[in-house]
Ligand binder design. Structure first.
Ligand SMILES: Nc1nc2c(ncn2[C@@H]2O[C@H](COP(=O)(O)OP(=O)(O)OP(=O)(O)O)[C@@H](O)[C@H]2O)c(=O)[nH]1
Ligand SMILES: [Mg+2]
Length: 385
């Protein structure tokens, strides 16, 4: 007889998800999320003291006091960058122990566009998984603002594992022109809120069907920089079909076209105690029908009593998939590049490793630059492949 004591399963430890709201619209979006869900671990960062004082958040980081004197960066990206560099140690402190960093901002202004590339660089050095949720400007904001947002996006891509772009313009249509502006403006906020809440729920609660941090990590680290996100919610007897139809025709998934070429998809479903297997099958089967045969798919299901008679789904989609290069011994190599784009002349997408056990050592700062960061990253040099 085996009289060894039975092994206790390891206790479930939820990963620490830290949400950062950066720049005025990022601050407002995250403050709104925290009012809806006080359990979120969140910090807001801005140059604009007035915005921080009015947001009602507990954890606030005011940056660039000596750069903008407590005002905004006034649309100047360089001022936004300098402001965050000057106060980078407070950001570093916040990132300690975070497993997943979700950064929320509107690109096109000075603070968010200037600060995000710096924040993601710091998080990358600490080895944190980084997801950015950013809005892209309305077309009425003009070309210079659009250019600023695109430039910021390029820089952001160097360090962020995945970026979800939410084009403000895509969320409005002609029929909306008579609606109150506030209502239309808050749509992108609602998208970001759905994404953050759903990820938080999926990763911090023990689901009946697993979708864990490792799955999210696979998705974000392999998605070649950009992901698409959509969510849907329905009530009543036909909720499975209604949620599937809403996802398949979602504007942020280009009315389903994104699914037709997807390389990786993650689906999270939340239902009440009355959730039926047939509802899960309906949503998953209808999504599968749209996908190419070899798409990497992962899904999770959570039951929450607040979702009685209701079904909610989030979908994270990677259009492009990059596979890590392996050496002869099957070890992952440092540089990876995109499988589908490999025939084109382009830039090498570089993966920087975290600093491992040096992650919490003070950086070597000279002339406002962190010398522990490789030169090609500090200077934003792209290596041709
Ligand atoms: N949907 C939506 N987008 C917004 C709103 N406010 C700002 N944005 C978008 O976010 C972009 C950046 O704006 P802010 O966040 O105010 O800018 P900032 O990062 O604080 O930069 P500075 O104010 O220049 O320091 C804008 O170009 C808009 O596209 C809003 O209320 N709703
Ligand atoms: Mg501002």
């Amino acid at each position: 007889m085996n009289d060894r004591p039975a092994m206790e399963p390891a206790a479930f430890t939820a990963p620490r998800i830290l949400t950062l709201g950066v720049g005025s619209s990022g601050v407002q979006a995250v403050a709104h999320m925290c009012r809806q869900n006080p359990g979120l671990d969140a910090v807001v960062i801005d140059t604009d003291k007035k915005v921080l004082e009015a947001c009602g958040m507990e954890k606030i980081i005011h940056v660039g006091a000596t750069v903008t004197n407590g005002f905004s960066a006034g649309g100047d990206v360089e001022l936004g960058r300098q402001s965050i560099e000057k106060d980078s140690s407070s950001i570093r402190n916040q990132l300690r122990q975070a497993d997943l960093l979700v950064v929320v901002a509107g690109l096109g202004g000075g603070t968010g566009s200037g600060a995000l590339p710096v924040i993601t660089r710091i998080a990358r050095e600490a080895g944190t998984l980084i997801l950015c949720m950013v809005t892209m400007p309305f077309s009425f904001e003009g070309k210079p603002v659009a250019r600023k947002a695109e430039d910021a996006l390029k820089k952001l891509r160097t360090h962020a594992d995945a970026i979800v772009r939410i084009p403000n313009e895509v969320l409005v249509d002609r029929a909306d022109s008579e609606l109150p502006a506030e209502q239309v403006f808050s749509r992108s906020q609602a998208v970001m809120q759905d994404a953050v809440f759903a990820l938080w729920r999926m990763l911090s609660q023990n689901g009946i069907y697993g979708l864990d941090f490792a799955c999210l990590q696979t998705m974000l680290r392999n998605c070649d920089g950009f992901c698409h996100f959509a969510s849907a919610d329905a009530e009543g007897a036909e909720r499975g079909d209604a949620v599937a139809s809403a996802i398949l025709s979602h504007r942020l998934l280009k009315k389903g076209k994104v699914l037709e070429i997807a390389s990786g998809v993650m689906v999270g479903l939340i239902g009440g105690p009355d959730l039926k297997l047939s509802e899960i099958e309906t949503v998953m089967n209808r999504i599968h029908e749209k996908l190419p045969d070899d798409t990497w798919v992962n899904f999770g299901v959570i039951v929450d009593p607040a979702f009685q008679n209701r079904l909610s789904a989030i979908v994270l989609v990677a259009e492009q998939w990059k596979e890590p290069l392996m050496d002869d011994a099957g070890r992952q190599m440092g540089f990876t590049f995109n499988r589908r784009l490999s025939s084109e002349q382009g830039e090498l997408s570089l993966e920087t490793a975290g600093k491992g056990r040096f992650a919490h050592v003070d950086p070597t700062i000279h002339d406002n630059q962190d010398l522990d960061v490789p030169t090609y990253i500090r200077r934003d040099i792209k290596l041709p492949r």
